[in-house]
Design a binder for this molecule. Structure first.
Ligand SMILES: Nc1ncnc2c1ncn2[C@@H]1O[C@H](COP(=O)(O)OP(=O)(O)OP(=O)(O)O)[C@@H](O)[C@H]1O
Ligand SMILES: [Mg+2]
Length: 330
């Protein structure tokens, strides 16, 4: 296992790949640090610390999956992603869960001990909510029941006869939870106090953004499931400024990728700052968070990428506007 990183070090590493979402980063970092601490305490045979699975709530394309994938990479822990909706569509939830743990074991190179310290990310758990008016035994609910068992910790028998104990596997669940904000505004009492101080406003915002377990129940999660996700953190809608930063700043930012691709053909790519703003504005209209950035950028570049290999004389590509053809020069 990699050496335990301090929470601040984990955040610093996350910052290289994920823009914004500071609260979620901090919460995850602290939880992961605790995850390592538990391993250490177990090894020293002292007080057993209980794990704290995490629920990430945030709109589509704002970095939930990216955060978890980045975490797994920097921590060098086995990590798998599963989709709650596909769990809900199968008749054999138990088999699906076994398959997820089997993938985790594969990622751990077949090492059970390593797999048992891994991270499982279950996306779209909000889709497991009980539909309004329908009460017991809907499929989403039975998946919640199946999941809560392994989230709590249980030995699961794999096809090859071996057992994998999920007690120390960290579960991170994610979902957009559309409609939760509406529930929040109805159940929270810290509302709409006119205040002069910026700090007061910040504290109010924090209290208002806090999600209570009861909010999750009202949304449609069963109490036992919600109860096994003691840490709830939110990701926020990305602002225009953040979208611009996503295009340019992360280690594998889209702009850098295209610069690298063209550099391989001996071409310098120069995109003017206002273009990134134009792309970000368009992405906001598409309402898919950062997810539409790549498509928009690719579309802007397609003629360039087509022409460059045929014209070795081109040494520089300059783009001054999303709505003007790129300038190719020697
Ligand atoms: N905060 C961010 N910083 C950098 N890139 C981001 C960020 N958010 C999203 N992206 C980019 O957008 C893509 C989609 O993000 P991601 O898969 O994390 O969304 P998500 O929150 O999991 O959405 P969904 O709810 O639809 O699964 C990522 O591959 C990444 O390139
Ligand atoms: Mg996702």
């Amino acid at each position: 296992m990699s050496i335990a990183l301090k929470p601040s070090e984990i955040v610093a590493r996350l910052n290289e790949h994920v823009v914004g979402q500071d609260t979620a980063k901090k919460t995850l970092a602290v939880a992961i640090y605790g995850h390592f601490r538990r391993m250490a305490s177990r090894a020293a045979d002292s007080v057993e610390l209980t794990k704290s699975n995490i629920l990430l709530i945030g709109p589509t394309g704002t970095g939930k999956t990216l955060l978890c994938e980045t975490l797994a990479r920097i921590l060098e822990l086995p990590f798998v992603t599963a989709d709650a909706t596909s769990l809900a569509q199968t008749q054999f939830v138990g088999d699906e869960i076994e398959a997820i743990l089997h993938r985790l074991l594969d990622r751990a190179g077949g090492d059970i001990g390593k797999a048992q310290r891994g991270i499982v990310f279950i996306d779209e758990v909000d889709k497991l909510k009980a539909p309004d008016g329908q009460s017991r035994a809907t499929s989403g609910e039975s998946v919640q029941h199946a999941l809560l068992k392994i989230m709590e910790g249980a030995p699961v028998k794999l096809k090859d006869g071996r057992h994998i104990d999920t007690t120390h596997i960290l579960f991170i669940c994610g979902g957009a939870f559309v409609g939760l904000d509406h529930i929040l505004t109805q159940t929270h009492t810290f509302g709409f106090i006119a205040t002069q101080s910026n700090d007061d406003q910040k504290i109010l915002e924090r209290l208002n953004a806090r999600i209570k377990p009861t909010d999750l129940l009202e949304f449609g999660l069963i109490p036992e499931f919600a109860g096994r996700l003691p840490i709830v953190t939110r990701l926020h809608e990305l602002t225009q400024d953040m979208l611009v930063r996503i295009l340019t700043e992360p280690k594998n930012a889209i702009y850098r990728q295209f610069q690298a691709m063209l550099a391989a053909d001996g071409v310098t790519l120069d995109v003017a700052a206002p273009v990134f703003t134009q792309i970000a504005e368009l992405a906001i209209e598409y309402k898919a968070g950062a997810r539409s950035l790549r498509g928009i950028f690719e579309e802007m570049m397609v003629d360039v990428m087509y022409a460059v290999p045929d014209h070795p004389a081109i040494k520089r590509v300059t783009i001054n506007s999303l709505f003007e053809p790129p300038k190719l020069s020697g």
